[in-house]
Design a binder for this molecule. Structure first.
Ligand code: ATR
Length: 275
């Protein structure tokens, strides 16, 4: 019987997950569809019940439900529990719902696809202290990266995240001064996401050449932060790879198959106006 999968969020129309997963299902010869479902915060519990009753085999969870969904699941993996966020639900054979988080590991896989393990042993600057920074921070620690320094506009939040990750922290202005000591810089804030409203959380002009600089934003493909880092001699990576690799880990957990990530990164980059 045809299986079906979904992504739930609000808003959801802009999501590229349906095209990506549909392509992977077809390419791997699986008889399955993947659809976007618009779920507002007040309907989350009902939506989860409906997905289960209507036989959905698994779904992705995006803004604003990543934390709220946890209470409606039967079990979640220890890593997602620590992060307090789930982006992937797998319906188990007995019908129970198992939650995972593939965002952070998706980032690390993307980083290693592009730069092998050259970021290991480097001082890491993690900019931002929201959900995205948290996921990436946990994945970096568990994959052996660091030492990590957390910085954020709101210092108290950077301190809290640094405490959880056993990382260091400093005021964001100090990080800008000392930026040449970091070999891996990861921008996780929403600054630069809006085409009309350029901006940078800090100025990367004084990085040392060949520093690996990542921005998890993928639309625009090159934020002002990434452009400045590239002009300063940095080796840059945008957020397309993280998006594709988080999806690939979800796909693997549902199907046991490993989808083609390289070609998908090219396809999405082209779709977003890149080459
Ligand atoms: P996400 O889940 O995408 O990480 P989030 O949890 O809302 O979203 O976190 C947003 C991050 O972007 C935070 O680190 C936030 O900084 P604050 O903790 O100070 O709010 C950061 N951010 C958002 N707008 C910003 C801005 N204009 N300048 C600097 N940082 C900003």
């Amino acid at each position: 019987m045809k299986k079906w999968f979904a992504v739930i969020g609000d808003p959801i129309a802009q999501s590229m997950s349906p095209d990506m997963h549909s392509h992977w299902f077809a390419k791997n010869g699986l008889d399955a569809v993947y659809i976007p479902v618009h779920v507002t915060a007040d309907r989350l519990e009902q939506a989860v019940r409906s997905l289960r009753e209507l036989g959905c085999s698994g779904w992705n969870v995006t803004v604003p439900h990543k934390s709220a969904i946890i209470e409606y699941l039967d079990d979640i993996d220890p890593y997602a529990r620590k992060m307090g966020a789930v982006n992937t639900v797998r319906v188990m054979e007995d019908g129970s719902l198992f939650g995972m988080n593939t965002d952070g590991i998706g980032f690390v896989r993307s980083l290693e696809e592009q730069f092998a393990e050259s970021g290991k042993g480097q001082e890491v600057l993690l900019i931002g202290a929201g959900g995205a920074a948290r996921g990436i921070g946990y994945a970096l620690v568990s994959e052996g990266y660091g030492p990590i320094t957390c910085v954020n506009r709101t210092y108290a939040k950077a301190e809290r995240l640094a405490g959880e990750l056993h990382a260091g922290t400093m005021p964001i202005e100090d990080a800008a001064e000392q930026i040449a000591k970091f070999g891996l810089i990861i921008q996780t804030t929403s600054v630069g996401m809006n085409f009309a409203e350029n901006g940078m959380p800090l100025d990367p002009a004084r990085i040392k050449p060949e520093t690996v600089v990542c921005d998890i934003i993928y639309n625009p493909l090159e934020t002002q932060f990434l452009e400045q880092a590239r002009k300063a001699g940095g080796l840059t990576m945008n957020g397309v790879g993280m998006f594709v690799h988080q999806g690939a880990r979800s796909f693997e957990s549902w199907t046991g198959m490993e989808p083609d990530t390289k070609q998908m990164i090219e396809t999405i980059t082209k779709k977003l106006g890149g080459i």
